[in-house]
Design a protein around this ligand. Sequence first.
Ligand SMILES: [Zn+2]
Length: 336
Amino acid sequence: MGWLLAAVAQDANNQFYVVAYGVVRAETKDAWKWFLSNLQADIGDDANHGWNFISDQQKGLLPTLKEVMPKARHRNCVMHMWKNFVNRFKDLYIREVVWECARCTTVAKFKDCMDRLKAVNQGAWEYLSKFEPETWVKAYFSHGPKVDNLTNNMCEVFNAEIVNYRCKPILTMCEEIRCYLMRRMVNHKRVLKNHPGKLAPVQQKRMERLLAMGTKWTAEWVGDNERKSFKVSRKGSKVDVDLINYTCSCNRWQLTGMPCTHALAAIVKRRDKAEDYVHPWLCMESIKRTYSHCIKPVPSAEFCPRSEYSQLEPPIIKRPIGRPKFTTDRKILLSP
Ligand SMILES: [Zn+2]
């Protein structure tokens, strides 16, 4: 029995991309340290790249992440937080409050949401207040990754895909996962090779949806010399859109790299091309770079050169007390 650790990222088309995986005997701080140190050696230093992680706060992971990559940011999977919350607070009225708070993209909205919770359930408010907002509320997320995910859904999808390999012996499992990832990358390359647009297909659809919603907003040029500053309003609601710095008061553009409905209303008013305002990480160019390399084949044992070192021995099997349980995978999502 062992633990499969994996670092899973998200590509420009919102598909999972496995950066690294490894098997350890137990989920300990040492195991995480080994995994994260190797990961850092591959992907580069946290100080230079501004890495962001999201996880279920697995045992030993957070202190080790702080030790190995002190500058990396960390988010909690809100689904994991929500499950713990509803186990503790059974009041149906506040069941969705964790999601409502987490989805707030401005500090003012988040504070308002928390104040309303405090008025109806002081205990629940105290419980949520203990979590650093930087770890679960969009308003406090870094603008760096251009991904505002609240859950580590990418890991869950990967986990579901490899369910048939996980029960196999360790070398077979690792090899079958490797082949699966190789095939997956080839498939992405094939499908997306002839995609004609500038944006990745998922982002194109997302932009079209937002453009349709943007028609409900009225954009008004404020008179700056560049003609790139707009007041965008609808039924008493007003935001400030800056098409030079790619910002909107709602904070969604900064978080996701995709112009929000307000920004799109201003872009349409200028008769500009909306895709020119989308962050390059959501474009086909990024897809091409992500899949520009491939996973090399590994020949079977009879074609491998003999090693001067001793033969591999199977790991020592420790049988835990009690009935055997299924191995649970532990993963972290790494954002670009
Ligand atoms: Zn906006």
